[in-house]
Design a protein around this ligand. Structure first.
Ligand code: FES
Length: 162
């Protein structure tokens, strides 16, 4: 099964299956030493333990860690989230420069954002991923994590409502 079909199958699953039944590979460690300045970002894939229905494939969830402005490298200074759009699950893109967002998407933002190329939902990273444009019903799902030196340990999905 090629990557495109695998992603299509992954993104057709209900959210509850995607984030609970599949289960995360616990304590994935990401080397965050490249996140030196505010708004530096690192994309990674979060492996899951389960398999997709009708396959022997374990999906990878596209994710990102972004160092927020003005913070030390602690849990509060990092935004760690899925890059799956909460609308219809296209893969989100990170725009550090809001001017670039405006040039490409024709959407204005004041801050760095995550944005969806499918229906132009935009998520403000200074406001915890608040939706500032488009049809997405909520911010992207965020992950619980722990910082140990330059390592980021992904522990699971955050409780809704954070
Ligand atoms: S899939 Fe992202 S806005 Fe529709």
């Amino acid at each position: 099964m090629d990557r495109r079909r695998l992603l299509k199958l992954l993104f057709s699953l209900p959210w509850s299956h995607l984030f609970t039944s599949l289960g995360f590979a616990q304590e994935l460690t990401v080397d965050s030493s490249s996140l030196r300045s505010a708004w530096d970002a690192l994309e990674f894939s979060l492996p899951t333990r389960g398999t997709l229905p009708g396959t022997d494939k374990s999906p990878q969830i596209p994710a990102v860690v972004i160092r927020l402005a003005g913070g030390m490298k602690t849990e509060d200074a990092l935004f760690v989230a899925s890059r799956i759009c909460p609308h219809e699950r296209c893969e989100l893109l990170y725009f550090k420069d809001p001017n670039q967002l405006q040039q490409i998407f024709r959407v204005r933002a004041e801050n760095p954002v995550l944005a969806c190329p499918c229906h132009l939902s935009v998520f403000d990273l200074r406001q915890e991923g608040k939706v500032i444009n488009g049809p997405a019903p909520r911010p992207p799902f965020r992950f619980r994590f722990r910082v140990q030196g330059n390592k980021l340990m992904i522990l699971g999905l955050e409780e809704p409502g954070r």
